[in-house]
Design a protein around this ligand. Sequence first.
Ligand code: FAD
Length: 308
Amino acid sequence: MRRYDVAIVGGGVIGMACAEALSRAGQSVCIVEKGELGRGASWAGGGMLCPLPPDHVPEPIRELLAESLALYPEWCARLQRESGIDPEYWECGADYIKNDGRHIEYPRLAQVRNPRLMKALAGTLRARGVSVREHSTALGWIEADGVVNGVRTTRGDIACGKAVLAAGAWSAALGADDVRPAKGQMLLLRSTPGHLPRMLIGDEVYLIPRRDGHILVGSTIEDVGFDVAPTAAARTHLLARAVRLWPPAAGLPLVAHWAGLRPRLAGDGPALGPHPRTGGLWLATGHFRIGLTLAPASAARIAAQFTN
Ligand SMILES: Cc1cc2nc3c(=O)[nH]c(=O)nc-3n(C[C@H](O)[C@H](O)[C@H](O)COP(=O)(O)OP(=O)(O)OC[C@H]3O[C@@H](n4cnc5c(N)ncnc54)[C@H](O)[C@@H]3O)c2cc1C
């Protein structure tokens, strides 16, 4: 059986970003995904960089956030070069309109078209020769003397030197005990390019215009387990808040409505380091509302721990 330097469980933005960073650092990498790469929370999200007003970002992750924002433009350019797919990194700016009427401008706030970013990452991993195992569910870790040296999957065992758990909202089943799913629902409206020129953030909803004129409206935060069914109540709630924030939204056709599961971890930030009890296993999970934003710096931190 081939032995990889690193096996990564979970093919979302975090697992794929780690795979890219580790492969660039010269490690042989295998990534295990129960469905298809990039179809979990990372596909469902909004792609705002970052989705929280700066004063709402918890202190412990401000440094990680600043690092990630600095890495983003070059990261996207590299993924585009290697995959041929443009993740549509766009510094379109944002206006934050608070409920009390105060207005704060963020002229450089950027977004990425996350479904495209997922395709660019997947294409890059394949181009780099990362072993991609889709439709393979990780069932548990294989250990020798208490140290992980493999992953047991529904499609056979994978031998590895080290393992990374990046299974998003599902991470508790594989040892990140405190990670819980937090459902987020999102609407997609159809408009014309430039109708809403930059992102609009309110205290309850946000609107993200894509370059092709579509506008995303997000999102809810619900504690309902692993249920991803969109609900009429959330649709009504999001539409009403969107119209209050930006009245022209009232006339726009609704073209899609979906939900995803954020990996929520008690405390302020993601887990990005060795598992507290299991040797050979690293955690890269718990990014909750800002995993798309924090992906490149999270991956850089994991790669630095493996290669320094
Ligand atoms: C509605 C919504 C809006 C959001 N908006 C933003 C935003 O604007 N900006 C931002 O920065 N963040 C946003 N987020 C948060 C962001 O999407 C997440 O933090 C991020 O996607 C988490 O990435 P991940 O790779 O950990 O999880 P995921 O993308 O969910 O990936 C985890 C993967 O692991 C796989 N997996 C799970 N268990 C197993 C197993 N046993 N074996 C194999 N594979 C397994 C899953 O199938 C999945 O593909 C939003 C999230 C939602 C839901």
